[in-house]
Design a binder for this molecule. Sequence first.
Ligand code: ZN
Length: 662
Amino acid sequence: MGITSTVKNLWDPVEAGRCRDELELRVYTSRLLGREPALVLHGGGNTSLKLRVDDVLGESEDVLYVKGSGWDLATIETAGFSPVRMERLLALARLERLTDERMGLELRAALTDPTAPAPSVEAILHAAVPYRYVDHTHADAVVTLTNTPSGAARVREVYGDDVVVVPYAMPGFDLARLASRVFADEAGEATVGMILLNHGVFSFGDSAEQAYTRMIELVTRAEEYLQAHGAWEVEAAAPPAPAPPLETVAELRRAVSAAAGAPMVLRVSQAAAGRAFAARADVQTVSQQGPATPDHVLRTKRVPLVGRDVEAYAAAYERYFRTHAERTGRSLATLDPAPRVLLDHELGLCTVGRTARDAAIVEDVYLHTIEIILRATALERYQALPEADIFDVEYWDLEQAKLRRGGEPPPLAGEVALVTGAASGIGRACAEELLAEGAAVVALDRDPAVVSLFERDGFLGVRCDVTAEDDVSAAFLAAVSAFGGLDMLVLNAGIFPRSRAIDELGLDEWRATMQVNLDANLVLLREAAPLLRRAPRYGRVVVVGSKNVPAPGPGAAAYSASKAALTQLARVAALEWGPAGVRVNVVHPNAVYDTGIWTDEVLSERAERYGLTVEEYRRSNVLRDEVTSRDVARLVTALCGPAFAKTTGAQVPIDGGNERVI
Ligand code: ZN
């Protein structure tokens, strides 16, 4: 973070000239707003355009195109704007009261296209502002100004009569009604914007460029005010982070998951600003005020946990919940007392989410919160909304309904898996399958291609030679920093040396095989043990053995012996770790031909040797069916799942049935 740059006007007449109509221009400037994190963060903010359009009967009507829920301004497309009938919106704005639940239904019912996304909850407010283009952000500089004791006076000082000022109201119908009245009473010819205290800013204009330019100008004036009052460049320096103690992080994640009632991802932020903030002597005071705008409430919850006492935090959170639950009709079933932000002297800033993506979003949001708090403190004092207002947003019907629509999380959501030898073949298939089941995956391989194997949150590729202890330690550190611990370990990396009879087998070759297939796995198991014991739902280990264990082949002495020894190691681990709930199981694949070593050439050579076609050779097992990497990956994932919750020390073949094994 450090010294944050000021917002810039990114309007480009050439790019704008490529827009074919007004809705495309609406998309264009919405994306410009979405590109600037000091204006819009992760789905925050919304924009609209009013158009007169002809319906199917040839009658024209006024329609508001407003951002649909689920769309992000940074990536929005024309399909992301929901068309809502203006007449209906303006009638709704005149009502004395309307529940937010009913408002949500009314907004959907007023769509001219029932397949469009649900309109933004701020749709009525957009309709009430009589300009074609309306832009709304939760700009950091503006919420910094308004989250101080004399925020309203400062807004007046900065903007004079160029804006109307709306006191805080709960987003949704209450805010729409209040803002439309304030606008009707106070706006004049010169009004270019509207400041919502403790919430954000609206700008408007007759063209996309005008509304956008006004937004940049309004925010720039707030930034300049902060600069002029010595409240811009805030301290963000921190000593370099020492490596966090892995067991401490894993223990913390377990406690957070226990409070949440589900496995959670915990992310140790690498940002210096987070460490510097957590190290402040007054962190307990400055961090306990509350979020800067309703937009941030669901991400960060009301306040962070300072220190590591999750139980005390959960107890305090439950008191906060009970204080407000009755007034708002919330049942205890909706209580989730786990923190989303943690500030610790030793660990710095840590963030928590049900998924790796959620934890990363919380980190982004809280780093902005830190900057806002520090600037407001430098200006005067950071003062967020009263607790009751924050509670109303945190347990808002509409947001809760959105969560319910999200459905059940995938089976391995919030859990972390580490897979070795993951750049190709069975390892890669395991990584893919575990990701698909919702786990965060740390993929290790000697091949540097592993780093960019999958482009998504929840995937971390680490180049690692599993026979180098330093590499392995670094990989565990990376895993714990990114996701907070380890729940599943898939030991897959192995080598299959060239076929060689015992008479000709040199000790070097023997040792090289043992080093990768056996010794490396001892180190991996040993290092993983304290993390697996702290897994929220108990650790699981799956070892990729080989058919060669029950049915060895001539010429594969080193390989067969290494896999047999590895299997025995796994059985001992099952015995030693069982009392701590950690399960260790082995799969024995055979004849998995869709991997790197089985080129077409090798396959046809082998098939020929047995007098078979390649197709027959692939299926030369009892079931006459091919075994793929994906099949093995599905078994590995199943062994980590509930069906095998009572199984440990088992060896499961996956070979299409082998006569020598059966
Ligand atoms: Zn807003």
